[in-house]
Design a protein around this ligand. Structure first.
Ligand code: AKG
Length: 301
């Protein structure tokens, strides 16, 4: 599925975009199931284990930032990930043994749906090596106007930037950080069915959705299975007893098997502590942690 040039592009730049990555019928089915989940959110007045609500959500006008862990909510989300061509792409970029770290469906609502401030996923969940990435499957067309994902090419080879505000982990970099080079950002747009891939250390963020169309991006965050999470990170295994963690790791295998050996690489690690007051989603971490917005920061021209 991936040719040598695509693999080299990913290794050099820390991201890649692939058009028509899934079959049109699969895309239609995903759209239908996702629409049903959004419909059900009308009954809610607060966020819960499934939905993260955006400001202004109501029964008349559902406004969500996220549907959490979709792979646990409906088989279609796991089935999309665990077959070719996804498996071929993941094994080409990561390892024959690939484990799902987490999934999320970011449903940026029309008319101002929340920005995701610039960050590195690595700042949230460092592992023993950094062969991890996020797949973003576009369920609708993504354009400059509806809050496309943006990345800083090559930043996966650079430092882990400071993700704190007033001494608390806020899950976002300060837009005024001299190590943050916003001018080199690239916007990842595409038709529905396109996927983007970004390395776990690649700096990325996205603006509010100022269009009249939802931006539905289904993220699968995956890694080489010999990348073991470092205790104290904010990943899915936090607080799990050892046996439950081992069991859960098997359930998350997309291809291959879970090795006992951890591969250690000499790479920068900064732990995401002390945690923000609300760690229930990146939106809540950034808000409650006091992140400075790159999208309306008066210090950034
Ligand atoms: O939805 C987006 O635009 C980015 C999401 C993201 O980076 C995250 O949830 O970690």
């Amino acid at each position: 599925m991936l040719n040598r040039d695509q693999i080299m592009f990913y290794e050099e730049n820390g991201y890649l975009v692939i058009e028509d990555a899934i079959a049109p019928e699969q895309l239609d089915a995903l759209g239908r199931v996702t629409g049903e989940f959004i419909e059900r959110s009308r009954q809610l007045s607060g966020s819960d284990d499934v939905y993260d609500l955006d400001a202004g959500h109501s029964a008349a006008e559902p406004r969500l930032t996220r549907i959490k862990l979709p792979h646990l909510l409906h088989p279609i989300y796991w089935d999309t990930l665990s077959v070719a061509p996804m498996t071929a792409i993941l094994t080409a970029l990561l390892s024959p043994n690939v484990r799902l770290h987490t999934s999320k469906l970011n449903t940026k609502a029309p008319g101002g749906g929340a920005a995701v401030e610039w960050h590195q996923d690595w700042a949230f969940y460092p592992h023993t090596n950094d062969d991890l990435l996020a797949v973003g499957l576009m369920l609708e067309d993504v354009t400059e106007e509806n809050g496309a994902l943006m990345v800083i090419p090559g930043s996966h080879k650079g430092p882990v930037l400071d993700h704190t505000s007033s001494g608390v982990f806020c899950g976002a970099v300060d837009p005024a950080d001299p190590l943050f080079d916003l001018a080199s950002a690239v916007t990842l747009t595409g038709k529905a069915g396109t996927i983007s891939l970004h390395h776990v250390r690649t700096l990325h963020g996205s603006a509010p959705n100022m269009s009249d169309r939802a931006r539905l991006l289904l993220f699968y965050e995956c890694g080489a299975a010999d990348a073991w999470p470092i205790n104290g990170n904010s990943g899915p295994f936090t607080g799990m007893p050892q046996a439950a963690m081992w069991d859960d790791m098997q359930k998350r295998m997309i291809c291959g098997s879970q090795p006992r050996a951890a591969r250690l690489e000499p790479i920068p690690v900064i732990m995401p502590v002390p945690p923000a007051p609300d760690s229930s989603s990146i939106f809540k971490v950034q808000k409650s942690g006091g992140a400075v917005s790159a999208f309306c920061d008066p210090r950034v021209a």
